[in-house]
Design a protein around this ligand. Structure first.
Ligand code: ADP
Ligand code: MG
Length: 163
């Protein structure tokens, strides 16, 4: 059993969260899953914007709250989901998530709601509000061998935001 030890990070502006996400994007490949957890306004979409831009997505990344899933094509395909409005796990199954995950990298806002429908390997990014209005604490946890193998690289790439 591995005990997850989160990487505890902090940003103090939206652009910093985007820069952090961009640094993370350098470590991803096809089939990777990132679950974004945090209240409304925490910065899950902002994170995805920085992430997608780093993968050369030029289209504006907008919140998929109503569309559920957006697909962008950059150096990799970036699937961006927001499952906030999903009320039953069956709806997640309807999204054909598993097929989506085959191509490119997938980020799911509020993904904790549908964890049982998701593959075991994932990176959890939990964002909480800090003391100042623009402070955000990001706790990043690897789950499963796919991401565990990159734990040291993650710590290196994201070290400058450590809190
Ligand atoms: P979510 O998708 O989690 O609901 P959004 O990314 O849509 O959140 O919104 C985050 C809001 O918080 C934006 O208005 C953004 O400008 C603001 N913000 C302030 N500070 C930060 C920060 N450090 N990181 C990310 N967003 C921040
Ligand atoms: Mg959002």
């Amino acid at each position: 059993m591995n005990t997850p030890t989160p990487l505890c990070l902090r940003t103090t502006a939206p652009r910093e969260t985007q820069a952090l996400a961009a640094a993370l994007a350098g470590l991803v490949g096809d089939g990777d899953l990132i679950v974004l957890v945090g209240d409304l306004g925490a910065g899950k979409t902002a994170f995805t914007q920085g992430f997608a831009a780093a993968l050369d997505v030029t289209e504006p990344v907008t919140s998929p709250t109503f569309t559920l899933a957006n697909r962008y094509v950059g150096r990799l395909v970036v699937n961006h989901l927001d499952v906030y409005r999903i009320e039953a796990l069956e709806e997640a199954q309807d999204l054909a998530l598993i097929e989506l995950l085959d191509e490119g990298v997938t980020l799911i806002e509020w993904g904790d709601v549908i964890l049982p429908a998701l593959p075991a390997d994932r990176l959890d990014v939990r964002i909480t509000l800090g003391e100042g209005d623009d402070d955000r604490d990001l706790d990043i946890t690897t789950v499963g061998p796919r991401w565990d193998a990159r734990a040291a690289d993650l710590a290196d790439a994201l070290g400058e935001w450590r809190r």
